[in-house]
Design a protein. Structure first.
Length: 82
């Protein structure tokens, strides 16, 4: 009985350590993406109303909001299925 508990604890610790490594990698990716996003946003900071990026911004914002809403609804449906 004690051996089984120790094995379970060891397995969970390995899983925790792997998750930590994955978290560090994901944080690094996120920081890289934020930097690239800021750089791209900076390149369009002086654009006028005629810039395609500025003109399409409302569309992309609405699309992002819609996708977030759909993901939330899917999460609720998945939780109800369990």
């Amino acid at each position: 009985r004690m051996s089984a508990v120790a094995d379970k604890v060891a397995a969970l610790q390995l899983r925790r350590d792997a998750s930590r490594l994955e978290l560090v990698a994901k944080e690094r990716d996120l920081d890289d993406c934020k930097g690239r996003f800021d750089q791209e946003e900076q390149s369009h900071s002086a654009c006028t109303w005629n810039c395609s990026v500025k003109r399409s911004a409302p569309y992309h914002e609405k699309r992002r909001m819609h996708e977030t809403k759909v993901e939330t609804q899917l999460a609720v449906l998945r939780s109800l299925e369990r």
